[in-house]
Design a protein around this ligand. Structure first.
Ligand code: PRX
Length: 596
């Protein structure tokens, strides 16, 4: 299944998966969906969190300090597994101390409330400490994916007015050193090792040295619910990346959705495989499990089927939140491999980020004795909005039903209003605004934000259907963004980088369906006169793009074309490039410029 393809008709032929066995291990938190939806209020959910002593709300207090004071002080908060087999356990007490140290480091360097602290790092302990310490300091945490190249890093740090960057010496040299002077607002770089020779010691520091000098006492800055906490970049069809702004109040949704959609119980050991460079890895790879006081597993290494099963087995993971691409890679390795490991601790598996094939849901049952629960959300929603809950029947291929407190609908835009569509009709998925983790804006782009709303509805840009029983079925994106291995990629960002190659005259980028990654980035390139298509030039442009964009964003394929189809207003018709690539009908060509 790939984006753009219709799921429901095929998926309805799949058997509905049974509810978990009654009395099986732990009763689900969301026992009775209908009655919980009727009685749930966000105000009551807010009251379940203590808030800061003296008033206010701060994500890091809910995630760390309140547990560190009580019975959970000695419980492992983060169980870190290094790439080369290293281990580090960080208890809630230690996490409180380390994050307070980091907050003191920021304060001592003059970094304060509202200042943007960016990170560019893999899943290392320092990343988690920096994230939570930044929030304690009232600063804004902005994570970037470590597989970004210098171009996406520069774009995001410039748009986000980065004051501080926390990164590793290796990533600094590879991706930041050469662009640093293009970011005049960037005052400080903090490295997780010795700064390379030649760095100015007044602006480039070794984190360990700073931490050793910092106190473990820090009074959390008394932020309010509406204070900015997180900036997560996402992409659209056109224009630069968008910085979705989230506030401390979002923690109310992180907490409630962890309880309902991921079924967090006090004794759980949780593993979210997403990287904090993408929002899943922050909302559910840092905040939600910690607000519940759980032990969360962090694996620094990238996907490897045997390694992942070993993590599940050795850590006795009870709840596992992963992504369809990973499920498809595990399916390739075969259910037999899974059966070779003791996964008996596992009681709930969730998946997010892209369509989960019905085959994947059913395969989970075969491999782990558990179906895989798909759920849906976006960078803009901050937390899970639609889910297959543990207590309900799964309809394989469906994203599930809206969370308590979330009102969803399928709508059609009509001028300044929306029309709600009937069950079975395809339209845009919309959410009634007002949940705590809803984004509060795109940084510096008021107009782009406003366009996401019609009246009280937030329009998601996803096409979907709802069935008679309120289950939502993903149909595709309404725009041209690409979802590759669960990562959202803006075609414009890729096109802009490829355009800079001296041989390139024009470029159009599409998501090409891929059986494992969902989609891969494919670029169509026409060359300037004087250049001839050749394998050597193709590889050179691929390498050029990878160098600038990094492996996470760069095209995997490039094809040469004599010219690219454009509208009369001059826009490259990606839709047509995609239709031709797939051998699909070319649709309405009335806006096409000349013969193409
Ligand atoms: O198109 C939808 C797809 O991913 C988009 C959101 O991507 P991003 O902002 O990167 O957020 C990632 C956090 C989940 C959505 O607009 N998407 C997400 N979940 C699903 C999905 N598509 C189909 N099924 C899903 N379960």
């Amino acid at each position: 299944m790939t984006q753009g393809e219709t799921v429901p008709a095929a998926a309805l032929n799949w058997p509905t998966m049974p509810k978990p066995r009654a009395g099986w291990r732990l009763p689900p938190n969301l026992e009775d969906y209908e009655s919980t939806c009727r009685t749930f209020t966000w105000a009551a959910a807010r009251d379940e969190l203590p808030g800061l002593p003296g008033g206010g709300l701060n994500i890091a207090h809910e995630a760390v300090d309140r547990h560190a004071k009580g019975d959970r002080a000695n419980r492992v908060a983060i169980r870190w597994r290094g790439r080369r087999g290293e281990r580090r356990d960080i208890t809630y007490g230690q996490l409180r101390d380390e994050t307070s140290r980091f907050a003191n480091v920021l304060t001592s360097l003059g970094v304060g409330r509202g200042d943007a602290v960016f990170t560019l790092a893999g899943r290392i302990p320092e990343l988690y400490i920096a994230a939570l310490g930044t929030l304690k300091n009232g600063s804004v945490f902005c994570p970037m994916f470590s597989a970004f190249g210098p171009e996406p890093v520069l774009q995001r740090m410039s748009i986000g007015h980065a004051k501080v960057l926390v990164t590793t010496p290796v990533l600094y040299q590879r991706k930041v050193a050469a662009i640093r002077d293009q970011m005049p607002e960037l005052r400080l770089v903090i490295l997780t090792g010795e700064p390379p020779a030649g760095c100015d010691p007044a602006t480039t520091f070794n984190l360990a040295t700073l931490m050793a000098e910092a106190s473990t006492d820090f009074a959390i800055v008394p932020t309010n619910g509406e204070d900015l906490a997180l900036l997560h970049f996402t992409s659209g069809t056109t224009g630069k990346p968008k910085g979705a702004m989230h506030v401390h109040e979002a923690v109310v949704a992180h907490h409630a959705t962890g309880r309902f959609a991921l079924d967090f119980h006090d004794s759980d050991i949780f593993w979210c495989t997403a990287d904090p460079g993408w929002i899943t890895g922050t909302s559910y790879g840092i905040i939600s499990p910690l607000t519940h006081g759980l032990t969360m597993v962090v694996d620094e290494a990238d996907f490897d089927a045997v390694r992942w099963y070993r993590v599940l087995e050795e850590e006795r993971v009870t709840i596992w939140y992963t992504a369809p691409t990973a499920v498809r890679m595990l399916m390739k390795a075969g259910a037999e491999m899974a059966k070779g490991f003791d996964l008996s601790a596992l009681r709930f598996v969730g998946s997010v980020g892209e369509p989960l094939n019905p085959e994947g849901v059913v395969w989970g049952q075969e491999a782990f004795g558990l179906p895989i629960h798909d759920n849906w959300w976006q960078t803009e929603t901050g937390g899970i909005m639609i889910a297959n809950f543990p207590s309900m029947e799964i309809r394989p291929g469906s994203m599930g039903r809206p969370l308590p407190g979330i009102r969803a609908a399928i709508v059609r835009r009509e001028g300044d209003s929306v029309v709600e569509l009937m069950a079975g009709e395809e339209g845009e998925l919309a959410l009634l605004k007002g949940w705590p983790s809803m984004f509060r804006g795109y940084l510096g782009e008021e107009e782009r934000y406003r366009k996401c709303f019609v009246g009280d509805w937030y329009l998601t840009g996803d096409l979907a259907r709802v069935d008679e029983d309120g289950y939502y079925w993903f149909v595709g994106r309404a725009d041209d963004v690409i979802k590759s291995a669960g990562h959202l990629i803006g075609p414009f960002e890729v096109e802009s980088a490829v355009m800079e190659h001296p041989a390139v005259a024009e470029v159009g980028v599409i998501g090409k369906p891929d059986p494992v990654a969902g989609e891969i980035v494919k670029a169509f390139v026409s060359l300037k006169s004087g250049f001839e298509p050749s394998e050597a030039l193709r590889l050179e442009i691929l390498g050029f793009a990878r160098q600038r964009l990094g492996t996470a964003v760069a095209p995997k394929e490039i094809a040469f074309a004599d010219s690219l189809p454009r509208t009369r207003s001059g826009k490259i018709m990606r839709r047509l490039l995609k239709a031709r690539e797939l051998g699909l009908p070319e649709g309405d060509l009335s806006t096409l410029e000349g013969p193409a």
